[in-house]
Design a protein around this ligand. Structure first.
Ligand code: DHB
Ligand code: FE
Length: 279
């Protein structure tokens, strides 16, 4: 049985990737933000997970509005970086884990979830930024990654409660995989933010803190919100809470909070960071 060692929730703001690449971690704007990643990096360094199951959203790079899976799972041996408009980033690709990917797909379809299977996708900042900030100097090539995309761009989007249930089914799949490998679960995106329109720059850190509390003690509480609620309360891109909910859903029993950080704003976003371990 594969062992699930914990969950890290983290924002995936593109500017973080740029700060990493340009060595800006100790500069005044970034120092407080990056301080929060030290315990996360230490945890990963000490625990050495073999696999990262990474929930992200594709912001229109591989999955544009014309073809938008509600849920999609990478089943590829490697994931190259998408071109986000400034040329392809020269950072290492992510290494895949096809056996567990297919195990999850089979389990999901047997349990009434029907994800899109992706054997050839490029990943955007939703996946590359968390890996780059969690593994210094892009040292993530020793960990295999399963990118799982949740539609957060095109209406209709899956309900938050559905993404939590999706995560539950994935947790069951991982636990039923006959392997002694160690799995860390990453929920990326959020927290409150709105990138465009009249409310561009809108944040709601009280709501973010409350949801991080509930993620520990009562994740189903967050499932009461619709995507319209999240848009209103946490900004249009507040719907990226879906990935944190899916990641939390992977853990069936109680969890304990080891670290939490909320730095706002970073770029246009309330940047959240949380490490939860099975209790
Ligand atoms: C920003 C945040 C995001 O989640 C994203 O996908 C793109 C940009 C930002 O705050 O700049
Ligand atoms: Fe985003």
């Amino acid at each position: 049985m594969a062992k699930m060692i914990g969950m890290i929730g983290t924002s995936h703001i593109p500017a973080i990737g740029r700060a990493v690449d340009q060595g800006l971690e100790e500069t005044p704007y970034w120092v407080d933000f990056f301080e929060g990643y030290k315990p996360m990096r230490k945890f990963l360094q000490e625990e050495q997970p073999d696999i990262a199951v990474l929930f992200y959203n594709d912001h229109g790079l591989s999955m544009f509005l014309d073809k938008k899976p509600t849920y999609a799972i990478g089943c590829a041996p490697q994931y190259d970086n998408a071109d986000e408009g400034w040329g392809v980033k020269v950072i290492p690709p992510l290494t895949g884990e096809t056996e567990l990917s297919w195990h999850i797909v089979n389990h999901l379809i047997e349990n009434d979830f029907d994800p899109t299977v992706c054997q050839d996708i490029k990943v955007d900042h939703g996946a590359t930024v968390p890996m780059s900030v969690l593994y210094p100097n892009h040292s993530y090539q020793g960990v295999k990654v399963i990118p799982i995309a949740i539609n957060c761009e095109r209406h209709p989007m899956p309900k938050p409660s559905r993404s939590y249930a999706f995560g539950k089914a994935i947790g069951d799949a991982i636990r039923s995989w006959d392997s002694d490998q160690k799995v860390v679960v990453l929920g990326t995106g959020g927290l409150s933010h709105q990138l465009d329109g009249e409310r561009a720059g809108f944040l709601n850190t009280d709501f973010d803190q409350m949801c991080m509390d509930k993620l520990v003690t009562d994740p189903e509480f967050i499932c009461q919100y619709s995507n319209d609620d999240l848009t209103r309360i946490a900004g249009a891109q507040g719907v990226e809470w879906a990935m944190w909910l899916a990641a939390r859903g992977c853990f069936s029993g109680p969890v304990k909070e080891i670290e939490r950080r909320l730095v706002a704003p970073i770029s246009n976003t309330a940047s959240g960071l949380q490490l939860l371990l099975p209790a």
